[in-house]
Design a protein around this ligand. Structure first.
Ligand code: 5AD
Ligand code: SF4
Length: 445
């Protein structure tokens, strides 16, 4: 029997990339490759890249660069770059990194096994980055042997039409394309029958799901959520990511009506200043954002809110930054991801004059992160005494008898128990302590 060839995947970036890596792993496994966690033993290495910020792109290039030696020592090794940097750079990537065999865009990953075959018989690199005008995400039934057995991602749409001026996504992932409802439901049903209990619906801007479909076939996001929530076996439902401008009352109503919809909403605000939001082309104001936050909390008082913030956008003044800090105090997010602005050609903002120095960006970021950490800790302590349902994730390596689970609010909660639990099992705890990055709880007998 011939030995199976081994592949190794390194994934950078967002959950869309995580999901694409899962799909690639599945396709290669079907094509008689086998996954390895040890890069040294791999016959094929895939670097699934992210280009959202300059730093992410540098990381991808530095890993690809480090593979040059390996390729020299083992010319039969296949090196593939996938994801957003691959899509954006195309041929340029091959010129810069001639040891790379394949440059593959996010919409071409479904051809991965064939591209591997071609790479084996052709010495010069191959670029496959065409963006088909209409793109059908195939009805894809993922293997239940890959990924976590109890929670999975399901892609509902690709691309983005919003063109926020700082953002490269519309250029790398293309325009919004919603996947057919029946394909999504088929995938969720298949996962649920295989024992999956938690589903996260994925898209760059899930709130506009269905907008690209013809009127007679259109299902909007709220209606999709309601349909997914009815699938037998699904106990938890999440989604990411949303643009606040598209957050409708109808979607807020889902938080009140759908028991399985987890009380967590990631609602990227980016800035607290109206003039910066305008320059970012976000199409909402600080006031309309806050109004939506208040309303959301009326529909679901226990909802945990998280956000993304960019500091040092071109033109951001001290006063603009102070408005972002004020917004932090007003919303009191449970958590925030914050970034220094980085120019990402061809995104529009690269034409704007950069007025904030790197030092000043670093200073603003540190002020913001310090304050947010305090708020997060305060928020985590507000849970003390409350009862929560957790989905067990596994035994903690830190101490015997310590288990970790995830709450609907998306907190990691550690608890002690000498009982044995199966990952995916639901248990109830009372929160005893709020820590910086997690909560502590006690099992409810
Ligand atoms: N510079 C800094 N941060 C950015 N993000 C997106 N583009 C940029 C950029 N050019 C951040 C936004 C977005 C998150 C995924 O990454 O906050 O919500
Ligand atoms: Fe980028 Fe804006 Fe689309 Fe989000 S909504 S992916 S930030 S363009």
């Amino acid at each position: 029997m011939t030995q199976k060839k081994l592949f190794y995947i390194e994934t950078f970036g967002c959950q869309m990339n995580d999901r694409d890596s899962e799909i690639m792993a599945q396709l290669l496994t079907k094509a008689s490759y086998q996954s390895t966690k040890d890069i040294d033993t791999a016959d094929a290495i895939i670097v699934n890249t992210c280009s959202i910020r300059g730093k992410a792109e540098q990381k991808a290039y530095s890993l690809l660069g480090a593979l040059r030696r390996r390729k020299k020592d083992n010319p039969a090794l296949i090196i593939a770059a996938t994801g957003c940097v691959a899509q954006q750079e195309g041929q340029k990537m091959l010129t810069r990194m001639p040891h790379v065999d394949l440059v593959i865009g996010p919409k071409q990953i479904y051809q991965l096994p064939e591209l591997f075959e071609r790479a084996l018989s052709q010495p010069q690199g191959i670029v496959s980055i065409d963006k088909p005008k209409s793109f059908h995400i195939p009805p894809y039934l993922p293997s239940l042997n890959q990924g976590l057995p109890y929670k999975r991602f399901v892609t509902i749409m690709q691309g983005c039409n919003n063109f926020c001026t700082y953002c490269i996504v519309p250029y790398t992932r293309g325009r919004e394309i919603s996947r057919d409802v029946k394909d999504i439901l088929a995938e969720v049903r298949y996962l649920a029958q295989g024992g999956v209990k938690e589903i996260t619906l994925l898209g760059q801007n899930v709130n506009s799901y269905g907008n690209d479909q013809t009127i007679d076939q259109r299902t909007n996001f709220s209606s999709l959520l309601r349909q997914v929530a009815q699938i037998k076996g699904i106990k938890r439902l999440r989604f990411t990511t949303s643009n606040p401008k598209d957050l409708s009352d109808e979607l807020m109503q889902c938080f009140a009506d759908i028991e399985f919809l987890c009380p967590h909403f990631h609602l990227p605000v980016q800035s607290g200043s109206n003039s910066v939001l305008k320059k970012m082309n976000r199409k909402y104001t600080r006031e309309s954002y806050l109004e939506k936050v208040d309303k959301l909390r009326l529909y679901r008082p226990d909802i945990a809110l998280t956000t993304d913030i960019i500091v040092g956008f071109p033109g951001e003044t001290d006063a603009d930054f102070a408005e972002t800090m004020e917004l932090l105090e007003r919303v009191r997010y449970h958590g925030a991801f914050s970034f220094k602005y980085s120019s990402r050609p061809p995104a529009k903002s690269c034409e704007f004059e950069e007025t904030v120095s790197e030092d000043e960006k670093a200073k603003r970021l540190s002020i913001l992160q310090k304050r947010q950490q305090e708020i997060t800790l305060e928020r985590n302590n507000e849970y003390v005494g409350s009862e929560m349902e957790l989905m067990v994730e596994g035994e903690s390596r830190a101490a015997d008898g310590q288990w970790a689970g995830r709450s609907g609010s998306n907190h990691t909660v550690n608890f002690m128990s000498l009982e044995k639990f199966v990952p995916g099992q639901l248990v109830r705890v009372v929160i005893t302590e709020g820590c910086q990055n997690s909560l502590r709880g006690k099992l409810v007998e």
